[in-house]
Design a protein around this ligand. Sequence first.
Ligand code: PEP
Ligand code: MN
Length: 297
Amino acid sequence: MLDTWTAGKVNNNLRLHSHTSSERSNTENKSDCRSEVWVGNVPIGGEKVIVIAGPCSVESAEQVNSTALAIKLAGAVILRGGAFKPRTSPYDFQGLGLEGLRLLRAAGDLAGMPVVTEIMSEDDVAAGCDYADMIQVGARNMQNFALLKKLAKTDRPILLKRGASATVKEWLFAAEYLLHGGNENVVLCERGIKTFDSSLRNTLDLAAVALAKEMTHLPVIVDPSHATGKRSLISATAKAAVAVGADGVIVEVHPDPEAALSDGPQSLTYDGFNEMMKNLSRPPRSVWLYSEALAAA
Ligand code: PEP
Ligand code: MN
């Protein structure tokens, strides 16, 4: 497993593994050799876990402005929102396009938050860079090498989602395209993979989060919304992501999920998002220690 990858490490020809100061990005956290990626004024991969939230799709000014203010109040630090939507069916809502980018930017400015949005085509890279602080490469485009090469030539931080059927090795090589091409500001995102189990939309691969952190210096975050597809599981899986070492989570929030134009069943209400934020800060259950029990006896 990961034999080519290991060979690359030995040959020291993969930037994901580079540990010499000349090869490292200037955003590097030198104390532990991990990289911090700055999105506006927000560091990802630093001391604190960060939360990115917002609607799956930008639908209207009212919807995205209201969501931006609600998530900020609850503690989120980056606003997400899709303008170019990769939908399985061509008959489903495809996003507002450029107008969506404008509305997202305006909502971010209103709330004083940086914004992240998905770009699907090389043709939209310039527009994405004009309006967004971070560009998402979605799961379906993880191996769109032309897109990766073009994004590598920009200075925008990239949120690189793992493809639903991609191995960890393929995911990391996709990241390598960005670093090798000149953009070191890459954040990896585990968002669930396809497995034999159809109980949920995808299967959240938490071990891959720990593995990606072990194998690279890049920040890694988790998207429990797309990983589960189920609103009731998002708070618990977000907490598990933090427990396994994720540097942040990205979740979908909508003022009225039942009326959402995409991904309503996995979108949190404002109350649900508040509850998730509180849950993330609560300590996990303490471990019952046998030696303590003996001392008490
Ligand atoms: C999204 O973030 O709305 C999205 C479509 O994500 P993914 O690429 O992980 O499916
Ligand atoms: Mn979505």
